[in-house]
Design a protein around this ligand. Structure first.
Ligand code: GAP
Length: 455
């Protein structure tokens, strides 16, 4: 089955997973709201990540740093100088493009490392036309810094602040406070989940590339010797995470950045790519950032950011950085789960085959009718299952229709309360993927569901 982004986007809107933002004002380009179910999916991701990588590990602590950091941060990190894309505008229709992307898609030439003038020359010499209006009337290619800036109330040299383009820098700025206030020992990591902002020239593909997004990042501080082994361990942990959130290995690919294309701070980077319907694209990354960031912050802040153990010269720790985008995680699990099936009777169903841990609604409870003692019995069962997560009561329409509704949002199991339930305290459970039904005792329901779906 060819998965289509149009259908996934439509499902998200229809079922309250993700909406285009600011719709009552005609929309606001490339920004989205997570609706009642989407925010549950996001929370499932961030909660599981925090538990797995922060709470359950003795070598990790967490922080929650600010979005606006001291402006010198971005001088030190290199973002003010290097966090640029090459921009070109069509003078006729005023559409703005990534100049390197224009060349790459028209000529299949990699523009990495080419100057603005060289990219401009390629556009002119090869008579590349505007994909929007067909004109061939371009501005000069120029650099565009991707950081959003804002003016602070105070005046002076540092009155311009930047919305952080990555959560990582807030961690480096807190390195000293964390090591001074906790009992961490090398190697150890600091994890953080939070928003990042990038003024992307050509965002797109739904929530794949947006201007405001969320990252889950770890800076793992190490001694430089033996970084290779820890790098491999983190890569394995990231792959295990992918499997546990339901991404199949056949849709995942490793992309080792060639040496000449590494970011200014990295000695080794591997991306984990996912087969999205619009192509194989970066989902997560793992980088060995050496001691670049802490050394730069030492230089710009005049503070020592060293590790000191007894009998050892103090040194600037090196860093491994596993980075995970929350929005790309949501998109990948939606793409992975989206399935259309033709049933034996010829009817069609759309089903989101999400891992139970990711499903927004864990169990749906259906009273067969809205009368007699069925609603009360169903509400009683709902309360008893609440420790499993979001349980939804649904009494709208025929049972078959309710199944379809919950198939579309990925509810792993539905429980029907009927007249026999009132007599013998049993219910029917129906599995989302196999559609098989089973009659079980209400007294055993929670344990059965826990073992089968939420272990
Ligand atoms: N601290 C390293 C860093 O920020 P990155 O590869 O630029 O590295 C990390 O970003 C992750 O953040 C990406 O792997 C991706 O999941 C997510 N991400 C980056 N830009 C994004 C955007 N514009 N929209 C949505 N997610 C984005």
């Amino acid at each position: 089955m060819q998965k289509s982004m149009e259908k996934i986007v439509a499902l998200c809107k229809r079922r309250g997973i993700i909406f285009p933002s600011s719709e009552i004002y005609g929309g606001f380009a490339n920004s989205y709201s997570y609706g009642p179910l989407g925010s549950e999916i996001k929370k499932n991701i961030t909660d599981l990540w925090w538990k797995r990588f922060v709470r359950d590990r003795q070598d990790m602590v967490g922080i929650d740093g600010p979005i606006l950091l001291h402006p010198k941060t971005w001088q030190a990190s290199g973002h003010l100088d290097n966090f640029n894309d090459q921009l070109v505008d069509c003078k006729q229709c005023k559409t703005r493009f990534r100049a390197d992307h224009l060349v790459e898609s028209a000529l299949d030439i990699d523009c990495e490392g080419l100057s603005d003038a060289d990219v401009g020359k390629l556009i002119a010499e090869n008579e590349i036309k505007c994909p929007q209006c067909g004109a061939q009337d371009w501005t000069a290619v120029r650099k565009f810094n991707l950081m959003f800036s804002t003016e602070m109330a105070k005046t002076g040299e540092e009155s311009t602040a930047y919305l952080r383009p990555e959560t990582a820098q807030a961690i480096f700025l807190d390195y000293k406070n964390v090591t001074d206030s906790t009992r961490v020992k090398l190697p150890f990591g600091i994890g953080q989940i939070g928003k990042a902002f990038r003024n992307e020239i050509t965002p797109g593909n739904f929530i794949f590339r947006v201007i405001e997004f969320e990252q889950m990042e770890i800076e793992y501080f190490i001694r430089p010797d033996g970084w290779e082994k820890l790098f491999d361990e983190w890569f394995t942990a990231m792959k295990q995470w992918c499997a546990d959130i339901g991404l199949s290995a056949k849709h995942l690919h490793d992309y080792e950045h060639p040496k000449e294309k590494l970011s200014h701070y990295s000695k080794r980077t591997i991306d984990i790519e996912y087969d999205f319907p619009f192509g194989k694209k970066e989902l997560y990354g793992l980088a060995y950032r050496t001691d670049f960031d802490l050394s730069q912050h030492e230089k710009f802040s005049n503070q020592k950011l060293r590790w000191r153990d007894e009998g050892e010269e103090p040194f600037v720790p090196h860093v491994l950085e596993p980075t995970f985008g929350v929005d790309r995680t949501v998109l990948a699990i939606l793409c992975e789960g989206y399935t259309e099936e033709t049933l034996e009777d010829g009817s069609e169903r759309t089903v989101l085959k999400l891992a139970s841990a990711m499903a927004p609604v864990k169990v749906a409870i259906f009273p067969l009718m809205k009368k007699d003692a069925l609603p009360e019995k169903a509400q009683e069962i709902l309360k008893s299952l609440q420790p499993l997560g979001l349980i939804q009561y649904d009494d709208g329409g025929a049972i078959g229709k309710r199944y379809r509704r919950h198939d579309e949002i990925g509810t792993p199991v539905c429980v029907t309360v009927d007249y026999d339930s009132l007599k013998d305290d049993t219910v029917t459970i129906r599995d989302r993927d196999t559609m098989e039904q089973e009659r079980i005792q209400i007294s055993e329901l929670k344990t059965v569901l826990e073992e089968k779906y939420f272990a």
